[in-house]
Design a protein around this ligand. Structure first.
Ligand SMILES: [Zn+2]
Length: 257
């Protein structure tokens, strides 16, 4: 006799709750998807390395979107003067336009990483075959210019990861490197704000992101990168922190010796 009323209550609750449950589920799945795509620490869609392995005492300075004919030489001058070496995730099209800078980066002991050929803002909407072709084109430019094997460390344009990009990365057997710290220098925040963000991220195991260049044919102010280095390099020296190029290991990434 009790079953019918209980069933009725259950049905009623389910029916009244139904309109709320669907938006909640949709919201939760959207939040998970957004986290997976955007968060540099998320390996939801593909494995990422966002900091150096446990026990590492030093750090990695990384520069995206170059080379740039004005900014990159001044970055290299500052790194050389400070005795620091870094990793440059260059855009293939920029590398093609400034071959001497790519050779200089390599000759001065820094690492080159892949950052696509085009840096298209539609990159993460492309099908895997097109993503793959764009990455390969960038890799071929670097191999041709340096005479060395193409890099296998990859940083997705704008750091966005999704299943389409993941398929290409798996196909090419790349290591995806994001970052532990950035100053959001491309958005031109007030300088003290940017510097505070970067200073807060200085330390062992850090992978720091700065931008020495910009998307091809979309000029942008990258002088902040130089201001950041003028602030960070003396601090690194005072802390005994050394930046070295990133290398691939059997199971992840590490700093070059
Ligand atoms: Zn970029």
């Amino acid at each position: 006799m009790l079953d019918a009323p209980l069933a009725a209550i259950g049905v009623s609750a389910a029916l009244t709750g139904f309109p709320l449950v669907l938006p909640m589920l949709a919201g939760a799945s959207l939040a998970i998807h957004t986290w997976g795509v955007v968060d540099p620490r998320s390996s939801f869609y593909l494995p990422v390395w966002w900091r150096l392995p446990a026990g590492e005492r030093h750090m990695a300075l990384t520069f995206d979107d170059g080379p740039h004919p004005d900014v990159t030489p001044r970055v290299l001058d500052r790194l050389a003067a400070a005795g620091q070496r870094a990793t440059f995730f260059v855009i293939g099209e920029n590398a093609r336009r400034h071959p001497a800078l790519v050779r200089r980066i390599s000759a001065e002991g820094h690492a080159l990483g892949l950052h696509s050929f085009s840096h298209s803002r539609f990159f993460c909407t492309w099908l895997p075959a097109k993503v793959t072709a764009d990455i390969v084109r960038g890799a071929e430019v670097l191999a041709d210019l340096t005479g060395r094997p193409a890099p296998t460390l990859f940083r997705p344009p704008v750091g966005l990861k999704n299943p389409l990009v993941a398929m290409a990365v798996r196909r090419l057997d790349l290591r995806t490197v994001t970052w532990s710290c950035r100053g959001r220098d491309t958005t031109l925040p007030p300088l003290p704000v940017m510097l505070q963000r970067l200073r807060a991220g200085l330390g062992p195991r850090a992978i720091m992101l700065l931008h020495d260049g910009h998307e091809p044919d979309r000029p942008a102010d990258r002088q902040r990168c130089l201001a950041a280095l003028d602030d960070l390099l003396p601090r690194m020296h005072a802390l005994g922190l050394v930046s070295r190029p990133l290398i691939r290991t059997a199971d992840g990434i590490a700093l070059e010796a």
